[in-house]
Design a protein around this ligand. Structure first.
Ligand code: APR
Length: 369
């Protein structure tokens, strides 16, 4: 029995008083073929949905889309179908329907056009209906920003298998940080200090930065983001190939003697050895509670945040000073992405409640380099 292939609407556009529909169907070789239907001749009046204060002024002339003799109304390949679609002033037309299988292709076309924000949003919603307003706002701000800084916390690594600190499954749910993450703990109760950090070091084994980390590194290469300031000590931003990273709370991947500051190796720490030179206690190069932040990292992060016109904060409860103050030190737009969003984050322009990884993937789907 021959499989019946029906014409499906690939893209339907509406203008003042008419619409254009691009259809597609698979032929017997499962290859897509395309055709267009113009159901009415329609003219492009001054678009009544452009209040005078929009970013751009539509041309004053009324454009008539006459059914001029087109080269063809049919196409056997997407490239020719794309040419048919691009014959129309898409900037002035509204998307009525985009076939999900062609969302990326249609969005590739639209991404090359200069559309005002509210029209771009119509196309995003038509191509990717699950895109929330907040995801769109972040996408739009990211593409418009000239200097973007990202501030991350432990929530950014949870989807890589690393617990955060203050969630129900976090490190501080069963451990009092003051008994393990202070200089006093190191000096007075080294066994507990050593136990806590060796467990955290071993937790990193087999864990890799997730797709969200790789997206931030890609956005750095595309000049979409310019600095990452992180409270995390797992080194995942570097491991995902971000370069401009300020590790505000240090790193659990390098070690030193607490007394003479001499470098030590991971194995020396994990083997609970003493310093080769002064027999002092070994520690990871993390900033312990009560210690000053690493000056170079702090100053660099602060400098970028003060210059930023967009600051994206991801996966942090912002409960630890002074990093918690950084988002207040920018005049730029601020976006907060977190699994839990409470009224404490009211200072943020955009708040996205959800997964760090899924949110970054959803925004990246819209980015065209
Ligand atoms: N996606 C987004 N957010 C998440 C996810 C996720 N998958 N998982 C957890 N979160 C959120 C949690 O809801 C929480 O609000 O990430 C936040 C992590 O907050 P904390 O656990 O307090 O971690 P952080 O803010 O980085 O802590 C700062 O405190 O103990 C010190 O030195 C430690 O650097 C750490 C600092």
């Amino acid at each position: 029995m021959m499989k019946e292939f029906q014409w499906k609407t690939i893209l339907k556009l509406s203008g003042e008083g008419g619409s254009i529909t691009f259809l597609g169907k698979k032929n017997e070789r499962e290859h897509w073929i395309y055709k267009r239907n113009i159901n009415e001749i329609f003219s492009l009046e001054e678009m009544d949905d452009h209040p005078p204060n929009v970013e751009y002024q539509p041309s004053k002339t009324i454009k008539k889309l006459k059914p001029t003799v087109r080269k063809s109304n049919e196409a056997t390949h997407w490239d020719s179908a794309r040419k048919m679609i691009e014959e129309y002033p898409l900037e002035y037309l509204k998307p009525v329907h985009v076939h999900p299988e062609f969302a990326e292709k249609v969005w590739d076309i639209i991404s090359t056009k200069k559309l005002p924000k509210h029209r771009l949003k119509l196309w995003v919603k038509a191509c990717f209906p699950t895109t929330t307003n907040e995801i769109f706002e972040l996408f739009y701000a990211l593409t418009k920003s000239k200097h973007t800084v990202v501030l991350t916390g432990a929530g950014m690594s949870v989807e890589s298998g690393i617990p955060d600190f203050r969630s129900p499954s976090g490190w501080w749910k069963n451990i009092d940080p003051l008994t393990v993450a202070t200089v006093e703990a190191l000096e007075e109760n080294y066994d507990l200090f050593y136990e806590f950090y060796s467990v955290r070091i071993n937790t990193l084994k087999g864990c890799e930065p997730h797709e969200g980390y790789r997206i931030l590194a890609k956005w750095e290469r595309s000049d979409l983001i310019h600095e990452v300031a992180t409270q995390n000590v797992d080194g995942f931003h570097f491991k995902a190939l971000s370069n401009h990273v300020d590790e505000l709370h240090g790193s659990i991947l390098t070690y030193r003697c607490h007394q003479c500051e001499n470098e030590a190796s991971r194995d020396q720490f994990l083997n609970k050895e003493s310093c080769n030179f002064c027999n002092g206690k070994l520690r990871p190069n993390v900033v312990l509670f009560g210690e000053a932040l690493l000056e170079k990292a702090w100053n660099n992060a602060l400098n970028h945040i003060q210059q930023a016109d967009l600051v994206i904060v991801i996966g942090t409860s912002l409960q630890v000073y002074p990093v918690s103050q950084l988002p207040k030190m920018t005049n730029g737009k601020t976006v907060y992405i977190n699994k839990e969003v409470s009224e404490f984050q009211s200072l943020f322009d955009v708040k996205i409640e959800g997964s760090a990884r899924d949110t970054l993937i959803a925004v990246d789907q819209l980015i065209r380099s």
